[in-house]
Design a protein around this ligand. Structure first.
Ligand code: ADE
Length: 246
């Protein structure tokens, strides 16, 4: 998969040299290309922003550098990429989105700063490529860079060959599958006794059925405590399935 990231802070993405993603890049599974938006400015101050039409606080990113950056990054391509714009006004970014995006051959991430990017930029890009605005949560970051890191990390770890153990992605909290959108319960490793605490004996019992039942029970407990709305969604889905099968 190829991922182009356009930003005024390319250095922000240094962590993409590390760990799983660094290895995936070295192995040729992931081709990440960073672009400094200021490459496409021509004034002495490399200006990328201006005051908002209609007034109000803050600054808006100018359409010209963004338009040229996107033209340049996508020039000569046979098939266009999918453009992903992190913004607090985007659609909530979920594990399903990570899964869906991990099947794309090419993503371009456009990191806005200040009050955002002139709205004509995504409108213009949408004439040539699919565009989506994503929010990583109901809070306001200083810019799209940390959200872009989140998108890259969540997508990359789902690419074949990136995770050491393919099973661990299936078991994740929020992965659809065995644990049906429950949170993952607690985990333990050796030693069986640590300070005054024992690991749950069932996990050392060798009884796989009992281990699965215990894990599901703990997943339900954790979900009820931390994300009760997920249990309501699960209940609604179950009821829907029952009614369909009647
Ligand atoms: N930029 C600023 N806040 C953001 C958020 N919550 N999600 C994505 N991009 C953002």
């Amino acid at each position: 998969m190829r991922i182009d990231i356009i930003t005024i802070f390319p250095d922000y993405f240094a962590p993409l040299e590390l760990s799983l993603i660094g290895k995936a890049r070295a192995a040729g599974i992931l081709d990440i290309r960073l672009h400094d938006l200021r490459t496409w400015t021509y004034d002495r101050h490399s200006t990328v922003d201006d005051t908002p039409y209609g007034g109000g606080p803050g600054m808006v990113m100018k359409p010209q550098p963004w338009g040229e950056a996107l033209d340049s990054v996508t020039a000569g391509a046979e098939a266009p990429p999918r453009l992903v714009l992190p913004t607090p006004s985007g659609a909530p970014f979920t594990q399903n989105d990570a899964k869906r995006l991990s099947a794309e051959p090419w993503l371009v991430l456009a990191c806005g700063r200040y009050e955002g990017i002139d709205a004509r930029v995504p409108a213009d890009a949408a004439r040539r490529m699919p565009v989506e605005e994503v929010s990583i949560g109901d809070y306001v970051l200083a810019g799209g860079e940390s959200a872009a890191l989140v998108v890259v990390e969540t997508v990359s770890r789902l690419l074949p060959g990136v995770l050491g153990n393919a099973e661990s992605a299936v078991q994740d909290s929020f992965a659809s599958g065995a644990m049906e959108n429950l949170l993952e319960g607690p985990v333990y490793t050796k030693p069986a006794q640590w300070r005054d605490q024992e690991a749950p004996p069932v996990l050392l019992s060798g009884d796989h059925g009992a281990v699965d039942r215990w894990r599901r029970h703990e997943a339900l407990r954790k979900t009820a405590r931390n994300r009760p709305e997920l249990l309501r969604e699960l209940a609604a889905r179950r009821l829907d399935e029952l009614e369909r099968s009647d």
